[in-house]
Ligand binder design. Sequence first.
Ligand SMILES: CC(=O)CC(=O)SCCNC(=O)CCNC(=O)[C@H](O)C(C)(C)COP(=O)(O)OP(=O)(O)OC[C@H]1O[C@@H](n2cnc3c(N)ncnc32)[C@H](O)[C@@H]1OP(=O)(O)O
Length: 393
Amino acid sequence: MSRLPQSYEGVAVCCPVTVPYVRFSPESAHWWAGAALQALAAHTGLRPAGIDGFCFASFSAVPDTVVGMVQHLGLCPRWMDHIPTGGASGVMALRRAARAVQAGDAELVVCLAADTNHVDSFRQTLAGFSRFSQDAMYPYGFGGPNATFALMTDHFMRAYGVGRESFAKICMAQRANALSNPHALMKRPLSFDEYMSSRAICDPVHLLDCVMPCAGAEAFIVTTPEKAEAMGLKAVSIKATIERHNAFASDPIQTRGGWAQDVDRLWAAARCEPEDMDMIQFYDDYPVIVAMQMEDLGFCRKGEVAAFIERHDFTIAGTLPLNTNGGQLSAGQAGAAGGFQNITEALRQLLHCPLGAQIPQARRALVSGFGLVNYDRGVCTGAVVLEGPVSHE
Ligand SMILES: CC(=O)CC(=O)SCCNC(=O)CCNC(=O)[C@H](O)C(C)(C)COP(=O)(O)OP(=O)(O)OC[C@H]1O[C@@H](n2cnc3c(N)ncnc32)[C@H](O)[C@@H]1OP(=O)(O)O
């Protein structure tokens, strides 16, 4: 194993905010970003002049990038970054902001993801998504990620003996978790029969394997422990992170993500193990990707995920709480903010200020990201181990 990265000493992560999601919004992504900044201000008293770092992710802010957003929001940072990696953007924003703070390039970085959802905006996003998809998928009638993930799900199920009942268990647990989250778009319990009989979208992917596109925003602050304390903010620390892009490119179909390449480094740097996690907040564009993360991040061996899922209870009161706000599958997918919601939810659980039900004694979380389906697979992966303040109760 190559040299482990420098620790994240001197970095504090705090103040998770979620702007409640709505299925459709007439507002722009810029409006949603402003709403997130307002929510941060309401929690902390933070004004634009106090923000010297800004990290931004969005699909629907086009043609603007972080530059346009900085001007729109009236910020004047000395450090900024734009993270165009969808479901991996939260972990990546956290990593970059942490190093900027550690290096002294910024003292307080706001990491923010915002997306709107007009009636036609998801279709428009897909239409211009990538050169790969325009050239190599759409001419053959592919309509976006649902079709790509149908192929991956079908292969994964056959290769590793996973049935739809395993995915049902993931989706039902996440829905149970969502019921205490006032912002979750899905408000009713999900039964096994309802999951199994939901309409096919692109077999074997059915309606309840898919996220619902919506509008929303998520944000959090990365700063120094001293600054967090001066602002009266409780904060968590970063134990370790990983990031990888275009891993295993010669695999004919995706059965593993970049996590599998870096998982040993993650746990070595974190000085703990999967068994030490009080929760897992995994990117959940489809339940097959949740199952893949369970394997690739070391919770079970490849090919053993069906038995692993069978053995565990993923509800908030269960043996391994998973996506405790309901995840995107039950809370909604607000574009790139969907790649931030697992970080904000982990922070809330570790800081003991949840939106819904609290995991008792929650102290450590594994958050994982997966993003950008350019063509036939998710290209970007990342993960972070977070540890909360020592005593809460
Ligand atoms: C971004 C990254 O980095 C990586 C990724 O995340 S890849 C994933 C990106 N996201 C997606 O691809 C979005 C996936 N979802 C979809 O494509 C669509 O929701 C879908 C095709 C599954 C359904 O769309 P549709 O058939 O047009 O349904 P629509 O007409 O909107 O709604 C019909 C009904 O289904 C419900 N519905 C729609 N989507 C739903 C969903 N995902 N889950 C549950 N119910 C849903 C609606 O509430 C509506 O119910 P009512 O009639 O009771 O009001």
